[in-house]
Design a protein around this ligand. Structure first.
Ligand code: NDP
Length: 602
């Protein structure tokens, strides 16, 4: 097949767009990459205090248990639920928050909503006979669903809330993990599951003067309703006499800013890189459609979505939204009468065209919703759609037509230049504000132990930080040599999907299988063999080449480790490139083969 004729008749110039993308990317690259952020500890530790519950005092627990799961978000919930189904007993979830929910426990900012279709995102819908109210669920419904899972699978029994793990030590003689916490607990567990989440630790930009500001500040993941008044649905009436700054324009800001703009006396949004903001397209769930679904529909839908978002052909795009549109366009670009299969180079060229088309639409949308042409120009994203997290919202862009709202473009200075006692100084101007809201996201590319907040000491005192100092080393993403019976769930060297909960569900089922096999085969513990781990790492890296090249050309952000792809620390940088469905097939074959190839049982 040769490239389609439309290539020369596109109505836009691909070379010019490519060049523009590169200029915009280069403008934002910073030498300090991930180091531009300051850890939320020490003087900044109050940014992660829990504003939702009072601390309850309790005595330390000194106990022996079968399974400790660290983290009560969807990773911990899915693991707990699938373990229960698999007959694994004596499960204890340790969670820093006051309840289950993870990201949906912490992120309660106004307008919070999940951009992934609810029928794919909310897990265990068939098992729990629950149907989401809308195509895209709002945060309270998702938070409630996490509690539904915990109740149905009896996970409150044994849950240890408001508790942070401080260290893990492997005790070889006992073949147990010693789990210590900030409540002075000493727990001995046979199995440990780490599900501390990919975006768990809020980060702050190390802008000079950040500690000098004398007004009010908070991070979006700990929304201060005491200061703003109102709740998730709005009503931020205390802001009526306040000048507010929001720093950052990622997915959180896109949802929260319409509410702040509606209520604040004045709002300044400090942007470095604009998000792509697509149509929301929400709708109530059609009861007739819901009643027509056949058993197994949720898995089929999730797999269909997983395939769509990595460009694998499917018979029908079931989700049919802004995430999948680019791949529908891609399919339409391939001529039906193609006389031979599309080569990888041709496919890549067509994918780029589909991307240009998509992003041209996103940029046109800005013009149609924002009146002031300079503001509209600054709000246009110049990069490929999946270089950054795409967003979907109908109120964000029109907010910039409000007279009380100002967009401050900080791209030329690679971000906000300075924070003063009274506000923000950047681009030669000073903005007096009463409050700064940091919508600056979460740590992704820092070390695993820094993000989880504790160190893991494995066999012979080896720490996981040291073991992973030069990059992840795992078998299938779940476990590492020297750290027996310790399993990670989440994004690691495994199948990636933007629908994280489906990935977590599949991982939970695999770990349940592993634990039952370790027991059934009479072993005390399991860990990867040296060879098994090395083979898997090399498989991951060989397959990652195309993805790495894609992200290298992207504007900086947490997807590409702030532009430094060589460190392989961006979200999904070490993923199994053929995708989540292919990864699941590989694991299924591995289980069916039955020898636990690459694992060593003791
Ligand atoms: P992000 O990491 O996406 O955004 C952080 C923002 O802060 C970026 O716009 C970044 O700019 C900006 N920033 C950082 N430092 C500076 C600086 N010095 N000066 C100016 N701006 C700065 O965080 P979010 O909380 O928005 O989102 C995190 C993730 O959480 C999302 O990507 C998504 O995966 C998930 N999420 C999902 C939602 C959903 O499903 N709807 C909703 C909310 C979050 P730059 O881009 O230039 O680095």
């Amino acid at each position: 097949m040769s490239l389609p004729r439309e290539y020369s008749n596109l109505g836009f110039d691909p070379d010019a767009l490519r060049e523009k993308y590169q200029i915009e990317r280069d403008k934002r690259l910073r030498d300090d990459a991930n180091e531009q952020y300051v850890e939320v500890s020490g003087d900044f530790a109050h940014y992660v205090d829990d504003p939702y519950v009072e601390r309850e005092e309790r005595d330390p627990i000194d106990d022996e248990m079968n399974v400790v799961i660290i983290g009560g978000g969807f990773g911990g919930l899915m693991t707990g639920a699938r373990f229960r189904e698999a007959g694994i007993e004596d499960i204890h979830v340790i969670e820093a928050g006051g309840d289950f929910g993870g990201t949906w426990y912490w992120n309660r900012y106004p307008g919070a909503q999940c951009d992934i279709e609810s029928y794919c995102y909310l897990p265990l819908l068939e098992e729990l006979n629950y149907m989401p109210k809308e195509k895209y669920s709002y945060a309270p419904e998702i938070y409630e669903h996490s509690q539904r899972i915990a109740k149905e699978y009896d996970l409150y029994d044994g849950a240890i809330f408001q508790t942070k793990v401080t260290e893990l030590h492997w005790l070889e003689d006992e073949a147990r993990w010693l789990v210590k916490t900030d409540r002075d607990d000493t727990l001995r567990a046979r199995f440990v599951v780490m599900s501390t989440g990919p975006l768990n630790r809020p980060k702050l930009p190390s802008i000079p003067g950040i500690d000098e500001f004398e007004g009010h500040t908070f991070h979006t993941s700990r929304w201060d309703y005491e200061y703003t008044d109102g709740d998730h649905s709005g009503g931020l009436t205390n802001l009526a006499d306040k000048r507010v700054a929001v720093i950052g324009t990622g997915a959180t800001t896109i949802q929260a800013v319409p509410f702040v703009g509606e209520h604040a006396k004045e709002l300044f949004v400090f942007q470095r890189t604009p998000s792509s903001v697509d149509v929301r397209g929400n709708a109530p769930t059609d009861p007739k459609w819901a009643a027509s679904l056949e058993p197994g529909w949720q898995r089929a839908r999730r797999e269909n979505f997983n395939d769509m978002v990595i460009g694998r052909p499917v018979a029908e795009d079931l989700v049919n939204d802004g995430w999948t549109e680019i791949f529908r366009t891609l399919a339409s670009l391939i001529p039906r009468d193609a006389d031979k299969a599309v080569s990888p180079e041709e496919a890549a060229a067509l994918a780029e065209i589909a991307d240009f088309k998509k992003m041209n639409g996103i940029r046109d949308r800005v013009d149609s919703l924002v009146t002031d042409s300079d503001t509209a120009e600054a709000l246009k994203p110049w990069y490929r759609q999946f270089c950054k997290r795409p967003t979907f919202n109908d109120e964000y862009l029109p907010t910039f037509d409000r007279r009380n709202v100002t967009l401050v473009d900080t791209s030329e200075t690679k971000g906000v230049e300075r924070i003063t006692k009274t506000g923000i100084e950047t681009g030669g101007q000073h903005y007096d504000v009463d409050c700064i809201i940091f919508a600056t996201g979460f740590e992704v590319g820092t070390s695993y132990t820094r993000r989880s907040g504790f160190e893991i000491h494995g066999q012979d005192g080896q720490t996981l930080s040291d073991y992973w100092a030069d990059g992840l080393r795992t078998l299938h993403g779940f476990s590492s040599r020297g750290f027996p019976n310790c399993f990670q769930v989440g994004f690691s060297q495994n199948g990636f999907s933007v629908n994280l909960t489906s990935v977590l569900d599949d991982q939970a089922q695999h770990v349940a299988y592993l634990i039952n096999e370790i027991n059934a085969r009479g072993a005390k513990y399991a860990q990867p063999t040296e060879e098994g781990e090395a083979d898997w790492v090399s498989t991951i890296r060989q397959l990652a080449v195309a993805n790495t090249a894609f992200f290298e050309a992207c504007t900086p952000g947490y997807y590409n480790n702030e532009g430094d792809v060589s460190a392989r620390r961006g979200l999904g940088a070490e993923a199994y490139a053929p995708g989540a469905n292919a990864f699941n097939r590989l694991l299924k074959e591995w289980r069916e083969e039955g020898s636990l190839d690459g694992l060593e049982l003791t």
